[in-house]
Structure formats: C-alpha cells, structure tokens
Design a protein around this ligand. Sequence first.
Ligand code: GN1
Ligand code: MG
Length: 372
Amino acid sequence: MIKENITNDFIEDICREFGLEGDFKYFETLTNGHINTSFKVYFYRDGEMKDYCLQRINSYVFKNPEQVMENISVITEYIRNKIKATGVTAKRLVLHFQTASDGKFYYVGPNGGFWRCSRFIDDSETYNETDNLGIIEEAGKAFGDFQLRLADFPVKKLNITIPHFHNTIMRYEAFDEAVKNDSARRAHGVLREIEEFSALRETATEMYKMQRCGELPLKVTHNDTKCNNVLFDKKTGEYLCVIDLDTVMPGLVGFDFGDAIRFIANSAKEDERDLEKVGLDFGKFDAFAKGFIGKLKGVLTRNEKDTLALGAFTMTAECGLRFLTDYLNGDVYFKTAYPEHNLDRARCQLTLAKDMLSKLDEMKAIVSKYAD
Ligand code: GN1
Ligand code: MG
C-alpha cells in the first residue's frame, strides 16, 4: 500500500495538477469508504468557496485504475447526455471529473499514487444509516434510475475493473483457500463462523449459477449500492446522483437490489457488535423495494423479479464471507479501524443473512406487491 505524507502542500499540489485555481483553503479526510482514500478540498475563488472530492484509488483492489477511469468517464458522459436530452440541467445529477493537464481523468502522483478529482455536488448529503422511509425510497429510485439510464449502454464496452466481483462460487473458493492457508493464524478462533458460512454455500451460489446458464441476464449494474453511494438534496431529500462508480460492470439486477438492502434495511449498522440488534427491517425493505422496482418494473424479466429477495440474502452472505476471508488473510483488503473489525463485520452480516433466509417468503411477497 502506498504511504504518503498527507500535508496541505501535498494535497494542494495534486489539486493544481487538475487545474484547480483560486486560494487553497483546507481539506478534510472523508472516512465513509473501506477502499479508496478520499478528501474534501476547499478553494476560494470568484468570491465563493468551491469544494471538490479528491481521491486516491486503491491500486491493490483496482489493479488497472486507468480502466476504472475509462469506465467512469464513458458512463458519466452517457448519463449526462441522457439527462440533457430531457431538457434538464445535469450539473447536480451526475458526477463531473476534472481533467489533468494531459487531458486524462487521473493523475499519477510522485509516489505512484493514482488520483482523481471531481466537483462536490452543491447542497448534497449522504446517509450512512437512516430510519427515514422517504429517504430509503429515494435511494431505491436512485439506483433504479441509474440502471434505467444505462439500460441501452453496450455492456461489452465496459472494462472489468475487478474480475469475478460478485462470483459467489469463486468468493467461496477464496474463502476455502484462506481457511486452508490460515496465514494470520486466526482460524481457530472462528470455527463456528466458518461452519455457518459453509452451510449457506448452496443457497448463496444459486443466482450466480442461474446467470451462468442464461436464466438471469447480465446488465450494466453498479455493484456497490450502499446508501452512502447516493447523494440527496439537503433541502428536499430527493435523490440527486449515484456516486462511487468504480465497480460499474456487467452484473445482476438482483445483486444491486440485494447489496442495497443488505446495508439500508439492516436494523443495525454494518459492523454492529450487539447481534441482538441485527436483522432485516421489513419497513425499510418495503420502502427501498417500492422505489427501486417502481423504476425498473417495465424492464425486469420474470426470473429477475422472482430472485430480487434471494439477491438480498446472497449479497449479505457474500459480503460477510468477504469480511471473514479478509480477517483470515490478515486484513489486507478492507480498511479496518481495529484488529477485530472485519470479524465483527462478518458476524453482523452472517446474522443478517440467516435472518433474511428465514424471512424470504415475506420479502418475496413485498417484491411481488410492486413488481406484479
Ligand atoms: C467496499 O467502496 P466501499 O467502501 O463502499 C467494497 C464493497 C463492499 C463494501 C462493504 C471495491 O465498498 O464491495 O460491499 O465495501 N468495494 C470493493 O461495506 O470491494
Ligand atoms: Mg466502493
């Protein structure tokens, strides 16, 4: 991992590479993501404060950051044109990236760090968790709209930024490998969790197998649909824009739905240690489903509709499995705040996944209310 001395001068220099003008005022570190390193930077220009998001892409996770930026630039351009064609101004509805002096949407810093810079969208906010069902429905609409706008984008044009990202069969194989190698000598402490994740294997790989044999179509999907990847208007609460486009790739609609539910409809936070608090909240599930399916109903196949609920279980099991795999590997992938952090996350997701399995029929009934 690249270690850099993050000083005001360092950050300002990188911003200047992206052509930012005016007085550099200060920067803040943003702590939401588990992967990239992000800063909010402030410049004073033309009598007002302008803010930008400066990010260093994690090149351990994204082996080819140029391809990540290539995807992002074509996708944002595509969405921008779609929005403009409706006569609406796209400024707050899609991300806008700055170009460096060579015209590229990235800049390689002095220590090899891979940087990008986008405008901060005015008067917007994100939610890590919320009980506001109106906001949750808006999040559903945001991800639904994102897919809808990209529905006719040629899937094959996208670079695969992380191969086999939601391939649950391979996620299980990587988990088996981590258990076998036990490189961080942690397996003895998590035998129960290893066994419980193994018991979910058959159900958690069902949708991937359906895709492989053509029963579920590949579409352009976001693949990281956490609620904090949606920007909302601070005043009206309406959704503005979907962010974090690093993993936009061919994928399953049900996985976008499911990953969002995993995060937003959990009655506790992603790394909750008190497992009594963890479980699927039907009210939140209903609100997200209403927004998401409301947008996509007309383009979903029968099998897609029928597997949305299973997608929620699948993404929760997969995410928990990835956290446990990383714990066994010695925390090399996800950023952690303390030594057992990945384990706490894994236990929380495991509890949620099991709860979802027991509630699958009720989830399907809610989906059907909006999809049929
Ligand atoms: C990571 O970018 P961020 O931190 O929202 C991860 C997702 C996981 C998520 C779990 C590229 O997302 O797949 O679902 O953490 N992104 C990548 O919170 O691995
Ligand atoms: Mg991400």
